[in-house]
Design a protein around this ligand. Sequence first.
Ligand SMILES: NC(=O)c1ccc[n+]([C@@H]2O[C@H](COP(=O)([O-])OP(=O)(O)OC[C@H]3O[C@@H](n4cnc5c(N)ncnc54)[C@H](OP(=O)(O)O)[C@@H]3O)[C@@H](O)[C@H]2O)c1
Length: 337
Amino acid sequence: MIANANAQIKLAARPSGLPKRTDWEFVRGEARDPAEGEVLVKILYLSLDPAMRGWMNEGRSYIPPVRLGDVMRAGGAGVVVASRDANFVPGDHVTGTLDVQEYATVKGKGLTKIDPAVAPLPVYLNVLGMPGMTAYFGLFDVGRPKSGDTVVVSGAAGAVGMTVGQLAKIHGCRVIGIAGGPEKCAYLTRELGFDGTIDYKSQPLGAALRDLCPNGIDVYFDNVGGDTLDACLARLASHARVVICGAISQYNNTTPVKGPSNYLSLLVNRASMQGMVVFDYADRYADAVRAMSGYIVEKKLRSKEDVVRGLDTFPETLLRLFSGENFGKLVLQVADA
Ligand SMILES: NC(=O)c1ccc[n+]([C@@H]2O[C@H](COP(=O)([O-])OP(=O)(O)OC[C@H]3O[C@@H](n4cnc5c(N)ncnc54)[C@H](OP(=O)(O)O)[C@@H]3O)[C@@H](O)[C@H]2O)c1
């Protein structure tokens, strides 16, 4: 019925350390026409996420690994081209798991309709999408901050971190962000109203945390793991909550993950440390979207995206997450709207 040439990027090898271009296979085929209940989506933007590195590994996780030879898994936003699901018509804008390709033929029930008149499409991959949901439920359900608490967040100038910090400020907390480089740190205090920042690339973390958190850390939202987690554990306040959201410093290790040696601080401070996976909150996403859309309209919450163009650049663009070259939510633009 509809013949659309479809460029796809498949997983060709399981990487050791940082992924290389040769870990991917670039193929050209034709997009498949939708069967009953399916929708053909032209992909406009893809979400590039640190989790993709984990999906490339063999082994048990919260979601099965991408199989060798499969198109790489990715969230995305696009426009419906053809539909055999009564809930969608051509021209509708949608988000869903669309994978690293130009067109996706997927079940309609896995898609969410979005409105580009409310927010630009990349925002639906950021604050109004998966990273925003992670920040919202990780902070409020797991971190359980109280007004006046000191909240420390690492990866603070990234997608999840920026939203965590801003939500904590809205909630009346004192917020300290840990990020790499003076430009990112200046943005967090000047533009987003963080109370303080630590440039972990140039400042000793332990001393900086002592200065900025004289009464200890009530909530530590961990996106980074490794030495940063250890330094924050050493500064916990009584009954602190540590949210284990991610550990990007460990994802490309070729040696075992470095665990925290300061974990007895949990005992001394009657503190808790809890992992979270955003997908567990799927039945409450609508509440978070409603709340955060309101904050965006009130100009209390900003959504910053870092958009890079071109499907072919995927292998190198993904690496920006691990070098810290991305500033805000990393999005790959696949086609013009
Ligand atoms: N649990 C869940 O359900 C869930 C859902 C979404 C995301 N996550 C996790 O949340 C974290 C943030 O994800 P995101 O999408 O918002 O990515 P992001 O923060 O937008 O991008 C990654 C950032 O991590 C920092 N980074 C990279 N290597 C580092 C290292 N060795 N040490 C310290 N910082 C490093 C870099 O910032 P600097 O310039 O500051 O170094 C980089 O910009 C990740 O760990 C991710 O896996 C978890």
